[in-house]
Design a protein around this ligand. Structure first.
Ligand code: ADP
Ligand code: MG
Ligand code: MG
Length: 250
Protein backbone atom coordinates (compact mmCIF):
# COMPACT_ATOMS: atom_id res chain seq x y z
CA UNK A 1 0.00 0.00 0.00
CA UNK A 2 2.56 2.59 1.15
CA UNK A 3 6.15 2.04 0.17
CA UNK A 4 8.88 4.42 1.28
CA UNK A 5 12.42 3.85 0.11
CA UNK A 6 15.55 5.61 1.30
CA UNK A 7 13.66 8.87 1.90
CA UNK A 8 15.88 11.86 2.57
CA UNK A 9 14.27 15.20 3.42
CA UNK A 10 15.70 18.57 4.31
CA UNK A 11 14.16 21.90 5.21
CA UNK A 12 13.49 23.97 2.10
CA UNK A 13 15.15 27.17 3.26
CA UNK A 14 17.87 25.75 5.43
CA UNK A 15 20.57 23.19 4.92
CA UNK A 16 19.20 20.99 7.63
CA UNK A 17 18.62 17.30 6.93
CA UNK A 18 15.70 15.88 8.92
CA UNK A 19 14.93 12.51 7.37
CA UNK A 20 18.09 10.58 6.62
CA UNK A 21 17.05 7.47 4.72
CA UNK A 22 13.65 6.20 5.84
CA UNK A 23 12.57 2.77 4.59
CA UNK A 24 9.04 1.69 5.42
CA UNK A 25 6.34 -0.49 3.89
CA UNK A 26 2.77 -0.45 5.19
CA UNK A 27 0.60 -3.28 3.88
CA UNK A 28 -3.17 -3.09 3.39
CA UNK A 29 -5.02 -4.31 6.47
CA UNK A 30 -2.11 -3.61 8.81
CA UNK A 31 -1.48 -1.07 11.52
CA UNK A 32 2.11 0.14 11.69
CA UNK A 33 3.16 2.31 14.61
CA UNK A 34 6.07 4.71 14.58
CA UNK A 35 7.44 5.64 17.97
CA UNK A 36 10.45 7.75 18.81
CA UNK A 37 11.80 10.56 20.91
CA UNK A 38 10.80 14.17 20.30
CA UNK A 39 12.57 15.70 17.35
CA UNK A 40 13.34 12.39 15.64
CA UNK A 41 11.39 13.35 12.48
CA UNK A 42 8.04 11.59 12.97
CA UNK A 43 5.89 14.62 12.17
CA UNK A 44 8.16 15.58 9.29
CA UNK A 45 7.56 12.16 7.75
CA UNK A 46 3.79 12.64 7.98
CA UNK A 47 4.01 16.19 6.57
CA UNK A 48 6.15 15.11 3.64
CA UNK A 49 3.75 12.27 2.85
CA UNK A 50 0.78 14.63 2.91
CA UNK A 51 2.54 17.25 0.78
CA UNK A 52 3.06 20.11 3.18
CA UNK A 53 5.24 23.03 2.01
CA UNK A 54 8.62 23.79 3.49
CA UNK A 55 10.34 20.47 2.95
CA UNK A 56 12.50 19.23 0.10
CA UNK A 57 12.96 15.59 -0.81
CA UNK A 58 16.62 15.14 -1.70
CA UNK A 59 16.61 11.40 -2.30
CA UNK A 60 14.40 8.33 -2.22
CA UNK A 61 10.78 7.62 -3.14
CA UNK A 62 7.31 7.13 -1.73
CA UNK A 63 4.46 5.36 -3.51
CA UNK A 64 0.83 4.80 -2.54
CA UNK A 65 -0.78 1.82 -4.27
CA UNK A 66 2.05 1.95 -6.80
CA UNK A 67 1.65 5.64 -7.61
CA UNK A 68 4.47 8.09 -6.94
CA UNK A 69 2.97 10.51 -4.43
CA UNK A 70 5.85 12.91 -3.88
CA UNK A 71 5.11 14.83 -7.08
CA UNK A 72 1.40 15.12 -6.34
CA UNK A 73 -0.43 18.15 -4.93
CA UNK A 74 -1.89 17.60 -1.43
CA UNK A 75 -5.43 17.30 -2.85
CA UNK A 76 -4.27 14.70 -5.39
CA UNK A 77 -2.78 12.70 -2.56
CA UNK A 78 -6.08 12.88 -0.72
CA UNK A 79 -7.90 11.74 -3.85
CA UNK A 80 -5.41 8.88 -4.15
CA UNK A 81 -6.60 7.77 -0.72
CA UNK A 82 -4.32 9.35 1.84
CA UNK A 83 -5.52 11.02 5.03
CA UNK A 84 -3.46 12.71 7.71
CA UNK A 85 -4.93 13.40 11.14
CA UNK A 86 -2.90 16.28 12.48
CA UNK A 87 -1.07 16.54 15.78
CA UNK A 88 -2.45 20.09 15.96
CA UNK A 89 -5.76 20.25 14.03
CA UNK A 90 -6.28 23.62 12.34
CA UNK A 91 -9.16 25.95 13.10
CA UNK A 92 -11.08 27.28 10.09
CA UNK A 93 -13.12 30.31 11.20
CA UNK A 94 -16.17 31.08 9.06
CA UNK A 95 -16.51 27.57 7.62
CA UNK A 96 -19.13 25.33 9.20
CA UNK A 97 -17.90 21.88 10.10
CA UNK A 98 -20.67 20.11 8.22
CA UNK A 99 -20.24 22.29 5.10
CA UNK A 100 -16.51 21.62 5.22
CA UNK A 101 -17.00 17.87 5.47
CA UNK A 102 -19.56 17.82 2.70
CA UNK A 103 -17.30 19.68 0.27
CA UNK A 104 -14.33 17.50 1.25
CA UNK A 105 -16.33 14.32 0.62
CA UNK A 106 -17.67 15.57 -2.69
CA UNK A 107 -14.34 16.98 -3.89
CA UNK A 108 -12.81 13.60 -3.25
CA UNK A 109 -15.63 11.76 -5.00
CA UNK A 110 -15.28 14.06 -7.99
CA UNK A 111 -11.51 13.50 -8.14
CA UNK A 112 -12.20 9.77 -8.16
CA UNK A 113 -14.77 10.11 -10.91
CA UNK A 114 -17.65 9.18 -8.58
CA UNK A 115 -21.02 10.84 -8.17
CA UNK A 116 -21.64 13.42 -5.43
CA UNK A 117 -23.29 12.23 -2.24
CA UNK A 118 -26.86 13.52 -2.03
CA UNK A 119 -27.58 15.80 0.93
CA UNK A 120 -30.02 13.25 2.37
CA UNK A 121 -27.44 10.50 2.24
CA UNK A 122 -24.71 12.80 3.55
CA UNK A 123 -26.84 13.77 6.56
CA UNK A 124 -27.67 10.18 7.32
CA UNK A 125 -24.05 9.05 7.16
CA UNK A 126 -22.61 11.97 9.10
CA UNK A 127 -25.18 11.67 11.88
CA UNK A 128 -24.36 8.01 12.35
CA UNK A 129 -20.62 8.51 12.39
CA UNK A 130 -20.79 11.62 14.59
CA UNK A 131 -22.89 9.73 17.10
CA UNK A 132 -20.29 6.97 17.40
CA UNK A 133 -17.69 9.62 18.19
CA UNK A 134 -20.04 11.46 20.58
CA UNK A 135 -19.95 14.56 18.40
CA UNK A 136 -23.19 16.47 18.83
CA UNK A 137 -25.19 18.49 16.29
CA UNK A 138 -23.86 21.72 17.72
CA UNK A 139 -20.26 20.70 16.99
CA UNK A 140 -21.25 19.85 13.43
CA UNK A 141 -22.69 23.33 12.90
CA UNK A 142 -19.89 25.34 14.47
CA UNK A 143 -16.90 26.56 12.41
CA UNK A 144 -14.29 23.81 11.95
CA UNK A 145 -12.41 23.26 15.22
CA UNK A 146 -13.02 26.84 16.42
CA UNK A 147 -13.33 26.80 20.20
CA UNK A 148 -13.24 22.99 20.25
CA UNK A 149 -11.43 21.41 23.18
CA UNK A 150 -8.33 19.30 22.50
CA UNK A 151 -10.39 16.13 22.69
CA UNK A 152 -13.14 17.52 20.45
CA UNK A 153 -10.59 18.49 17.79
CA UNK A 154 -9.11 15.00 17.74
CA UNK A 155 -12.55 13.39 17.57
CA UNK A 156 -13.37 15.73 14.72
CA UNK A 157 -10.24 14.57 12.87
CA UNK A 158 -11.45 11.00 13.20
CA UNK A 159 -14.88 12.04 11.93
CA UNK A 160 -13.23 13.53 8.84
CA UNK A 161 -11.30 10.30 8.41
CA UNK A 162 -14.45 8.21 8.75
CA UNK A 163 -16.29 10.35 6.19
CA UNK A 164 -13.48 10.30 3.63
CA UNK A 165 -12.84 6.54 3.88
CA UNK A 166 -9.14 6.78 3.00
CA UNK A 167 -6.94 3.87 1.93
CA UNK A 168 -4.05 4.99 4.10
CA UNK A 169 -4.66 6.74 7.41
CA UNK A 170 -1.78 8.56 9.07
CA UNK A 171 -2.33 9.65 12.65
CA UNK A 172 0.26 12.00 14.11
CA UNK A 173 0.23 11.95 17.91
CA UNK A 174 -3.52 11.74 18.00
CA UNK A 175 -3.17 10.87 21.69
CA UNK A 176 -1.38 14.07 22.66
CA UNK A 177 -3.48 16.17 25.01
CA UNK A 178 -6.19 13.54 25.41
CA UNK A 179 -7.43 12.19 28.71
CA UNK A 180 -8.07 8.46 29.02
CA UNK A 181 -11.77 8.65 28.10
CA UNK A 182 -11.17 10.79 25.03
CA UNK A 183 -8.35 8.48 23.99
CA UNK A 184 -10.64 5.47 24.23
CA UNK A 185 -13.29 7.18 22.13
CA UNK A 186 -10.76 8.19 19.47
CA UNK A 187 -9.23 4.70 19.47
CA UNK A 188 -12.63 3.07 19.05
CA UNK A 189 -13.27 5.41 16.13
CA UNK A 190 -9.99 4.33 14.56
CA UNK A 191 -10.52 0.65 15.27
CA UNK A 192 -13.94 0.81 13.62
CA UNK A 193 -12.17 1.88 10.43
CA UNK A 194 -9.72 -1.02 10.41
CA UNK A 195 -10.34 -3.15 7.36
CA UNK A 196 -8.45 -5.54 5.07
CA UNK A 197 -8.07 -2.91 2.36
CA UNK A 198 -6.94 -0.04 4.57
CA UNK A 199 -3.52 0.60 6.08
CA UNK A 200 -2.64 2.70 9.12
CA UNK A 201 0.45 4.57 10.17
CA UNK A 202 0.06 5.54 13.81
CA UNK A 203 2.68 7.95 15.11
CA UNK A 204 2.99 8.23 18.85
CA UNK A 205 5.53 9.15 21.47
CA UNK A 206 3.86 7.08 24.18
CA UNK A 207 3.01 3.42 24.34
CA UNK A 208 -0.42 3.96 25.94
CA UNK A 209 -2.24 4.69 22.65
CA UNK A 210 -1.09 1.29 21.40
CA UNK A 211 -2.96 -0.40 24.25
CA UNK A 212 -6.10 0.78 22.46
CA UNK A 213 -5.05 0.69 18.82
CA UNK A 214 -3.17 -2.60 18.63
CA UNK A 215 -0.38 -2.38 16.06
CA UNK A 216 0.82 -5.27 13.90
CA UNK A 217 4.27 -3.75 13.49
CA UNK A 218 6.17 -1.20 15.61
CA UNK A 219 9.05 0.93 14.31
CA UNK A 220 11.36 3.11 16.32
CA UNK A 221 12.54 6.32 14.67
CA UNK A 222 15.61 8.11 15.88
CA UNK A 223 17.51 10.98 14.26
CA UNK A 224 15.65 10.75 10.97
CA UNK A 225 15.85 7.01 10.48
CA UNK A 226 13.99 3.89 11.45
CA UNK A 227 16.45 2.16 13.75
CA UNK A 228 14.42 -0.79 14.93
CA UNK A 229 11.35 -2.74 13.80
CA UNK A 230 9.44 -5.39 15.71
CA UNK A 231 6.07 -6.55 16.95
CA UNK A 232 3.84 -4.98 19.62
CA UNK A 233 6.36 -6.10 22.26
CA UNK A 234 8.71 -3.38 21.03
CA UNK A 235 6.28 -0.76 22.31
CA UNK A 236 6.37 -2.41 25.74
CA UNK A 237 10.17 -2.34 25.68
CA UNK A 238 10.05 1.41 25.12
CA UNK A 239 7.60 1.75 27.98
CA UNK A 240 9.97 -0.09 30.31
CA UNK A 241 13.39 1.06 29.16
CA UNK A 242 12.75 4.35 27.36
CA UNK A 243 14.27 5.19 23.99
CA UNK A 244 17.88 5.35 25.09
CA UNK A 245 18.55 1.62 24.79
CA UNK A 246 16.89 1.37 21.39
CA UNK A 247 19.04 3.81 19.48
CA UNK A 248 21.12 2.72 16.57
CA UNK A 249 23.73 0.13 17.40
CA UNK A 250 22.16 -0.73 20.74
P1 ADP B 1 8.95 14.65 15.98
O1 ADP B 1 7.61 14.72 15.38
O2 ADP B 1 9.55 13.28 15.98
O3 ADP B 1 8.99 15.26 17.35
P2 ADP B 1 9.67 16.60 13.98
O4 ADP B 1 9.47 15.97 12.67
O5 ADP B 1 8.64 17.54 14.47
O6 ADP B 1 9.97 15.49 15.07
O7 ADP B 1 11.06 17.37 13.95
C1 ADP B 1 12.29 16.78 13.56
C2 ADP B 1 13.41 17.81 13.61
O8 ADP B 1 13.27 18.72 12.55
C3 ADP B 1 13.44 18.64 14.88
O9 ADP B 1 14.78 18.89 15.20
C4 ADP B 1 12.72 19.89 14.45
O10 ADP B 1 13.12 20.98 15.23
C5 ADP B 1 13.15 20.04 13.02
N1 ADP B 1 12.15 20.72 12.18
C6 ADP B 1 11.05 20.15 11.63
N2 ADP B 1 10.34 21.05 10.90
C7 ADP B 1 11.03 22.21 11.01
C8 ADP B 1 10.85 23.53 10.50
N3 ADP B 1 9.81 23.82 9.69
N4 ADP B 1 11.75 24.48 10.82
C9 ADP B 1 12.82 24.19 11.61
N5 ADP B 1 13.05 22.97 12.12
C10 ADP B 1 12.19 22.00 11.83
MG1 MG C 1 7.39 16.65 18.37
MG1 MG D 1 5.72 15.30 16.09
Amino acid sequence: MLEIKNLHVKLEDEDKAILKGVDLTVEAGKVHAIMGPNGSGKSTLSYVLSGRDGYEVTDGSATLLGEDILDMEPEERAAAGMFLAFQYPVEIPGVGNMTFLRSAVNAQRKARGEEEMSSTEFLKVIREKAKDLQIDQDMLKRPVNVGFSGGEKKRNEILQMAMLEPKLCILDETDSGLDVDAMKLVSEGVNALRSPDRGFLVITHYQRLLDHIKPDVVHIMSDGKIVKTGGPELAMEVETHGYQDLKEGA
